[in-house]
Design a binder for this molecule. Sequence first.
Ligand SMILES: [Zn+2]
Length: 273
Amino acid sequence: MIETAWPYLGAAAAIGASCRWNWWRPIVEGGMPALMYHKVGDPPEPTQLAKLWVSASEFKWQMRYLLRYGYAPVLFKDLEEAALGGKRLPPRPVLITFDDGYANNYEVAFPIMQELGVKGNIFLVYETIGVHNAWHDPASEPWIRMLTWEQCFEMRDSGLVEFGSHTMKHRNLPAVNLDEAKWEMTESKRRLEEKLGVPMRGFAYPYGAGAYVPSIRQAAREAGYRYDFGIRQGISAWPWDADKHGPIKRLFIRGDDTRFDFHLNLTRGKARF
Ligand SMILES: [Zn+2]
């Protein structure tokens, strides 16, 4: 009786794994995986957004995974140089992106990136630099410190980090009037470039909102951003065509991901349902 149950248990396990993970999806060849991180380190208690925190040890494991499998983390400027016909990209380029610009990106992630020689891109919210994540309701999500200008300067000078814009105030762009949305995009670009002395090539829509709203996306393009990022899950084609392919998709790296999830994200463009 027990022996005959084994095939059924195996089938049940396979169905269970199929419902939870995307291991059976075809492997995505080529393309430009863009990993989306938020906070690196241990979450303060209590938080309802624990999934946005990736521990230092997992982050390090993930960076090592990339290097072990021949991925080459690149900056927006590397993409631009390649698109303009200059330097060629390495064979397996990958973008590491951090949304919001938390101080833990410098305190926890940056030392790991320095140790391993890994490059990454951070989207800053201009008005929160040196302060805290004021767009969150502190009743549901504790405020934490954002990067300071000094930390930004040091990372910029390391050559390992490029910055992009994540607006002035982290507002939901389609929810404000179009003039305000345009101001969020153009003013943050202007001020970040002025302060950091480097071009803002990348832009990430707060909450991913507006990425697929034609008037908002057009405004992002008109503001002068070359690469715009939503939060839609997947791996965008490379070479990437802004008109043909839409906003660059990303792989949401969650704090409660397993290492198998990470592997599936990179290879299938999706880990779980
Ligand atoms: Zn954000």
